[in-house]
Design a protein around this ligand. Structure first.
Ligand SMILES: NC(=O)c1ccc[n+]([C@@H]2O[C@H](COP(=O)([O-])OP(=O)(O)OC[C@H]3O[C@@H](n4cnc5c(N)ncnc54)[C@H](OP(=O)(O)O)[C@@H]3O)[C@@H](O)[C@H]2O)c1
Length: 330
């Protein structure tokens, strides 16, 4: 699908962006892959890591998603765009609310407007489980972003520009997440691992699974869907025990803006939700949405009142699977 095409990744120098670029470069022959982000040093380091033979295809484009003109320049002749740029640190968003809103909400609007102006064919925006029934600003800003991308399909008119969203949970090992924190503490010889609440559960996905899932969504999207992968859940206590079986756990209390369990599909979303073998699809509530397009792919509607949450998920990570997942996340 990407052979001979141009692909742009906002936040291309982040955890997701780097793995996405590597995967596309390994499995396709794109004309150009544009890495769009602000910090020249992160781009420089990424450039150093990439094989020399990719240099003629990769474009390291400095820009801020808050700057629509810059996005328009970057999106000239682009066919596919993944919008991964975001401020995603929950406490930072609480402390600096307008910064979060400028990047995650106005940035989403800018990506939509630039993609429409430049005739980009397919756009996928990354979302998070924290956007479902949000209780912190990061989640609320991503919910606003989801709404902006879904409604953007109303603006396409005769253009062949389509927007969809991919929503998933914690990425094992991504920057600023709990796995690198625990690894650092263990390496420094900590005498315990901190757990906010013994009941806490989370969804888990590997970076590669997230990237492969986004790629698969490009080939099936019609515009307006929220795609949710079926992924396992785990208890935070079991993660800590899998990483350091001999270390005691210390309960430090749930932090502001944190949930005990995450939700990816709420009861209210379930009325619009179809289930496929490996994913759920939340269909948009557009008057012009085709009737049940996913039934062609043997999708079936989820039962009334269905909820996809990390505590009631049927797929649990046990010790062995958890250790395999952790090894993959290195
Ligand atoms: N990691 C997870 O567990 C997780 C889970 C679910 C969903 N997600 C979503 O997945 C996406 C990617 O996450 P990630 O883990 O790859 O994050 P990350 O490693 O922090 O990367 C974020 C990227 O965005 C760029 N960026 C930040 N602000 C920008 C701005 N104003 N303009 C342009 N670029 C900007 C950063 O580079 P500069 O700082 O150089 O600009 C960086 O390249 C995010 O949308 C996040 O919400 C992540």
């Amino acid at each position: 699908m990407f052979d001979g095409r141009s692909v742009l990744v906002t936040g291309g120098s982040g955890s997701f962006g780097q793995r996405f670029v590597e995967t596309v470069m390994r499995h396709a022959k794109p004309r150009r892959v544009i890495i769009f982000s602000r910090d020249e040093f992160k781009q420089y380091e990424m450039q150093q890591r990439m094989p020399a033979e990719w240099a003629s295809t990769l474009r390291f484009f400095i820009g801020d998603v808050r700057d629509r003109e810059r996005l328009e320049l970057a999106m000239r002749n682009v066919d596919f765009c993944v919008h991964a740029a975001a401020l995603k640190h929950v406490p930072a968003a609480e402390y600096n609310p307008m910064e979060c809103i400028h990047t995650n909400v106005y940035g989403a609007e800018n990506v939509v407007r630039a993609a429409l102006a430049m005739g980009v064919r397919r756009v996928i925006a990354l979302s998070t489980d924290k956007a479902a029934n949000p209780i912190n600003l990061y989640g609320a800003s991503k919910l606003a972003s989801d709404k902006i991308f879904i409604a953007a399909n109303n603006l396409s008119g005769a253009l062949d520009t389509r927007f969809s969203v991919v929503r998933y949970g914690n990425v094992v090992g991504s920057r600023g997440s709990v796995v690198p924190l625990f690894r650092k503490m263990i390496a420094q010889g900590t005498d315990h691992l901190p757990i906010t609440d013994a009941r806490m559960t989370r969804f888990w996905i590997t970076l590669q699974h997230g990237v492969d899932f986004v790629l698969s969504c490009f080939s099936m999207m019609l515009g307006g869907e929220i795609f949710v992968p079926k992924i396992p859940s785990m208890r935070m206590t079991e993660l800590a025990q899998a990483m350091a079986p001999d270390l005691p756990l210390k309960m430090v209390g749930i932090r502001p803006g944190e949930k005990l369990h995450e939700v990816m599909i709420t009861e209210d979303d379930s009325r619009q939700t179809y289930e496929l073998t490996d994913r759920f699809v939340i269909e948009p509530a557009f008057a012009f949405w085709q009737h049940a397009p996913y039934e062609r792919l043997s999708a079936r509607p989820v039962p009334d009142g269905f909820r996809y949450a990390s505590d009631s998920n049927g797929d649990w990570l046990d010790g062995e699977r958890l250790r395999t997942l952790l090894a993959e996340a290195h």
